[in-house]
Design a protein. Structure first.
Length: 120
């Protein structure tokens, strides 16, 4: 069975390796969609949505209203999604929830019409 959660954050960045207007600092409203897979436990849940929201929130809090160039050297949508994916794996493992669910994907929306997705 699969479950998912979506959260938003706002951040600024510039793309130092880009030859165009994105090389200047600008901002986006990002949306992160997280999908996990697992079997419901005795309580009927894979993971409590409240717990999942706390975990995703901790990762997003590191980025929200931040200059992403202070977190990542080249904060493209692909690199931001990979960073979130890696941090979620760490958080799920640290909390012991990786025993209950597998992280299937992280999709990062940059604005309303552009997204990247990291699987696994």
């Amino acid at each position: 069975m699969r479950m998912g959660l979506s959260m938003e954050f706002d951040a600024a960045h510039h793309l130092p390796m880009h030859d165009g207007k994105c090389s200047r600092i600008h901002g986006h409203t990002y949306r992160v969609e997280v999908v996990l897979q697992g079997d419901p436990g005795d309580d009927g849940m894979i993971i409590d949505f409240y717990m999942l929201k706390k975990i995703v929130g901790r990762v997003i809090q590191e980025l929200d209203h931040n200059n992403l160039n202070t977190v990542l050297q080249n904060p493209t949508a692909e690199m931001i999604a990979s960073h979130i994916h890696r941090r979620l794996h760490e958080e799920l493992k640290m909390t012991g929830l990786s025993d209950k669910a597998t992280l299937l994907s992280v999709r990062l929306w940059e604005g309303r019409d552009k997204w990247v997705m990291v699987d696994g």
